[in-house]
Design a protein around this ligand. Structure first.
Ligand code: HEM
Length: 265
């Protein structure tokens, strides 16, 4: 039987031989905990891939005026985010000394260099041009990030959806530069207040976006706590100040208007 006509099996469908050969510890021995460290990060990258796939779908569904399906997909995104946060519990079973047993072998490698994480940030509107410079020109990562940098964000898709639903979104917001940060806007807040007071269907989407914002913040908070308990205030392998840098990334809202209206309702 030729390879192309061989029956599909569990192993062939999932490319298990390739997948299981991809965990390659660098430490001598190797150190027991390095496998866990590699597996967790690889699993994260797979979930990041899936998150991007689903978040792109949410934007497409909003663009196609399919709010129920967009909301359904957002629920899936939120469930994945819960899993991502929960995974940190596993890594927290690793003591500081167990991590130190192989940390030097990471050299300058760090989650800081995860292009898929930056892609998710970009898609959610947290864009920093500087992130592009960390990836070599011509690489898959650089090309993907350049594309995401110039593309509209999920928030833009939502504003356009609101506009098509008849809400008066200022033209300046509908034509805003998608590369710029999402700033709070009193005009958008007035629209959202109206939504919350009289449009339960759209309110549900707003609430799922708040869940998304909160879920992402939860991951950042849990990650920095894990970093503090594992390496204290030491600098990161990626060259930043470590926990001190990570603390600066917590507490920022992705969708500020959705938070600001809370005190006005
Ligand atoms: C023992 C476990 C871990 C430690 C000690 C650790 C430490 C750090 C440190 C110190 C930074 C700051 C950048 C730098 O390296 O200088 C960082 C950033 C980052 N780490 Fe981790 N990390 C751990 C696990 C993870 C895991 C499992 C992931 C999942 C993918 C992850 C994803 C990230 C991301 C995405 C950033 C960039 C965050 C940002 O710039 O906002 N880390 N990590």
């Amino acid at each position: 039987m030729s390879e192309s006509s061989a029956a599909v099996t569990y192993a062939s469908y999932l490319k298990l031989d390739e997948l299981l050969s991809l965990q390659q510890p660098r430490s001598e021995g190797p150190e027991h905990d390095e496998l866990l460290f590699i597996v967790i990060h690889q699993v994260y990258e797979l979930w990041f891939k899936e998150l991007l796939h689903e978040l792109d779908h949410v934007a497409t569904l909003l663009e196609g005026d399919e709010p129920s399906r967009a909301q359904h997909t957002l629920k899936r995104v939120l469930t994945i985010l819960k899993v991502l946060v929960a995974q940190l519990d596993i890594l927290e079973t690793m003591t500081p000394l167990e991590f130190l047993s192989f940390r030097a072998r990471l050299e300058a490698a760090s989650g800081f260099q995860s292009d898929q994480f930056r892609q998710i940030e970009f898609l959610l509107g947290a864009k920093q041009h500087g992130a592009l410079d960390r990836f070599p020109q011509g690489s898959r990562a650089h090309a993907a990030l350049v594309r995401r940098y110039t593309a509209p964000t999920l928030w833009d898709a939502f504003l356009h959806y609101l506009s098509r639903e008849g809400y008066s979104i200022p033209i300046a917001q509908l034509t805003r530069d998608p590369k710029s940060a999402i700033e709070s806007s009193t005009e958008i807040q007035d629209v959202l207040l109206d939504v919350y007071r009289r449009d339960p269907k759209t309110t549900e989407i707003c609430e799922r976006l708040v869940d998304l914002d909160e879920g992402f913040a939860e991951w950042r908070y849990r990650h920095v706590r894990m970093v503090e308990r594992t390496i204290g205030v030491k600098p990161g392998t990626g060259g930043s100040g470590g926990a001190a840098y990570l603390r600066t990334t917590t507490g920022r809202n992705l969708f500020p208007d959705l938070w600001e209206i809370r005190s006005k309702l």
